[in-house]
Structures are given as structure tokens and as C-alpha cells.
Design a protein around this ligand. Sequence first.
Ligand SMILES: NC(=O)c1ccc[n+]([C@@H]2O[C@H](COP(=O)([O-])OP(=O)(O)OC[C@H]3O[C@@H](n4cnc5c(N)ncnc54)[C@H](OP(=O)(O)O)[C@@H]3O)[C@@H](O)[C@H]2O)c1
Length: 258
Amino acid sequence: MKVHIIGGGNLGVSVALGIVRFSKNNQVTVTRRNTASILHLKELGVTVSTDNKQGIQEADIIILTIKPYQVDTVLAEILPVISNKVIASAVSGLSIENLQKKIGDSNSAIRIMPNIASQFGASATCIAFNEKHKEIAQNVVTLFQDLGTAPIIDEKLMDAATVLAASGTAFALRYIRASMQAGIEIGFDWQTALAISAQTVKGAAEMILEENIHPEQLIDRVTTPQGCTIAGLSEMETHGFSSSLVRGIKAALKKIKG
Ligand SMILES: NC(=O)c1ccc[n+]([C@@H]2O[C@H](COP(=O)([O-])OP(=O)(O)OC[C@H]3O[C@@H](n4cnc5c(N)ncnc54)[C@H](OP(=O)(O)O)[C@@H]3O)[C@@H](O)[C@H]2O)c1
């Protein structure tokens, strides 16, 4: 497949790298106005360009990873030269209905919400589309399955997906940072504390994904009666560990909904 990514910033580059590494036999083009910081992608076989239209007619999937206020400018540029294209938009807050209106009926609007772990093949990319685009959307689903997991969701959950999967990356990283900070307090240098904290989170996530069970069942396996783990957990919960996370996620959702 030929994948044309418009918006070679944090997310666009991460998706491009993910495709190169984990979804072989695809050709990727990434565009942005100032390409200096992404020229290194060329060495990996990615076409880097400032021209959004170059080669777009041959693209099987066009991915939009631009900011919401850049959408109209970009569409005004590309729409005169495309038809029958699948446009997968990662633009936060842009509904399928609005995007479809902007791109016209000759193209198909798909909504995607990847995260920057795409480049490690570890994104949780939520995807939504209208029923009539079910077949056409399959290529997009398959592509993002190569970059991690790609659950198909109801579009009304897309804001929630943004918070849980995209902002969620930052929330998980903040947990790792806090764990690292504690690690330094109890005797490790920061590099060792960070390595231990990150690997421990990775291990916990892998166990959950592998066994597909409720986290509390795994917590039970590491929690000895009267032991140090339950003492730590109880202290954290006394200070609002779970509730502050829930409140943070709900605040982020409230913000996104305006
Ligand atoms: N970052 C995430 O984790 C994440 C996750 C999910 C969804 N999203 C959504 O994805 C979108 C991009 O986010 P981001 O964090 O990747 O932003 P970003 O780093 O600012 O990337 C946006 C890119 O678009 C490029 N751009 C702007 N105007 C352009 C044009 N006319 N033609 C081609 N490229 C153009 C910019 O480069 P130039 O200025 O050089 O053109 C910039 O590199 C946003 O809508 C965001 O909500 C982001």
C-alpha cells in the first residue's frame, strides 16, 4: 500500500516509523512545511516532502496528523487533485460527519486515534467509521493492527479514546516518573530507578495483555498478607492514587468536550 501522511510532527513521524518497522511492503510519504527535522526518515526509505500533493493520487490511504486549525488549509490544497481516496484523520475533535462534509462524497472519512507508541508497534489505535465505509476502512484497520492494537469503536467514544489512549501515554509516563522519583529516594541512581520502573510497568502490562484478566487478580499474586505490597497500596489509596487518576481522566475528557 501507499500511505501518504500529511503532518510530519510527533504523531505523523511516529506512524511513519511504525509502518516502516512493523508493516512491511508499504510505501510511506510524510509531508510538512519545514522538513529539516525529519530528513533522516529518507534513510529508512520514507519519502519526505513539503508538497502535500506530490504522489497523493497514487496513495491508498491518506493520513492526516495535523492540528485542527490546519485542516481547512490542507484540504483546500489536496481536494482538487484527489477522488475516491480514504482519508484517515487523527485530528482531535474533528468528527466523521464534519470531515466527510469537507472532503465530499467522492472520498471516505475514517477517524483514527493512534498514539506515539506507533513507532514501537505498541499503539492502541481506536478507529471509527460509518457502516457504509466498513470495507474501505479494512485497509486502515489492518495497517494499524500492525502498529499495535486497533479496536473499532463507536465514534461517540472517540473523545474518551483520545483521553485514554493518547493522553493516557502521558499519564502512564507520569506514573513511571513518580516511581523513578521514589526509587531515587530509596537508594537508586535515576538511570537505574528509571530502568526498573519502566520495565516493571512493561512487565505488568504484558501480563495483563497476555492473560486477559482483571488487574486485581494479578495484584493478588504479588500481595502477601501483612506484607510490604499491601502496606504500600493502602498508603497510596489513602492519598487518592486511583481516585486522582480517575479524576484526571475525567477532567481531560471534560476539557476535550469543551
Ligand atoms: N501527539 C499525539 O500523541 C497525538 C495522539 C493522537 C492524536 N493527535 C492529533 O494529531 C494531530 C497532530 O498532533 P502532533 O502532536 O503530531 O502535532 P505536531 O507535532 O504539531 O505535528 C503537526 C505537524 O503538521 C505539520 N503541518 C502544519 N501545517 C501543514 C501543512 N499545511 N502541510 C503539511 N504539514 C503541515 C507541522 O509541520 P510544519 O509546521 O513544518 O508544516 C507539524 O509537523 C493533532 O490534531 C493531535 O490532536 C496527536
